[in-house]
Design a binder for this molecule. Sequence first.
Ligand SMILES: Cc1cc2nc3c(=O)[nH]c(=O)nc-3n(C[C@H](O)[C@H](O)[C@H](O)COP(=O)(O)O)c2cc1C
Length: 197
Amino acid sequence: MPSRRPRILLLNASLAGDSGNTAVLIARARRLLARRATLATLTLSTPDSPAFAGLRPHLEKADAFLIGTGTHWDSWSSVLQKFLEDATPAEGTALWLGKPAACVVTEHSVGGKGVLSRLQGVLVTLGCTLPPMSGLVLSRAAVLAAQHAPKAADDFWCADDLRIVCHNLAEAASGTRRWKTWPVDRDDFAGRWLDPK
Ligand SMILES: Cc1cc2nc3c(=O)[nH]c(=O)nc-3n(C[C@H](O)[C@H](O)[C@H](O)COP(=O)(O)O)c2cc1C
């Protein structure tokens, strides 16, 4: 682990680039991480985004990653798929090995958790480590539910959980282990929520 201030690379792999929903989360993550790490951001879908060879020095320099994508037909973005394919020759090399990775996924309503779990699996296979509670899926459905039925939406992932993702990523990147957790429903998680009528 670096004895200096860690360098974290935020990789925006959204199809909509800097104007998408994922970019909003990445901008928030930047603000949350700025105090604890030296940050760089790369957006894959911009017209001037370099090929993998051009991205490689930025990835090598980073001590940790935060990767963001939307959900597209139950999968991650095509730009992220291309990035992962191009990154394959670097599998198991120092570019990835042991570096903590956090993931943020946006979606309308469904499919994002599958995207998150599979992306985390790929990142571990490439060589990354996963800090605890470092993956977040933010759905439009959960944001609407929080606006209209805040109590019922208590147990849904919300934008504020990004604080925990960023905190735990910074802890892992710094080599400290003062983990935090987002609120967990321990009372009502098995309750019936479907009206039988
Ligand atoms: C082509 C396309 C496919 C999508 N497929 C899904 C989907 O399967 N599930 C879902 O919940 N949302 C889906 N969405 C909604 C996006 O995941 C959501 O708007 C997300 O925030 C997009 O991220 P971005 O704005 O960073 O590009 C889809 C959007 C597009 C444009």
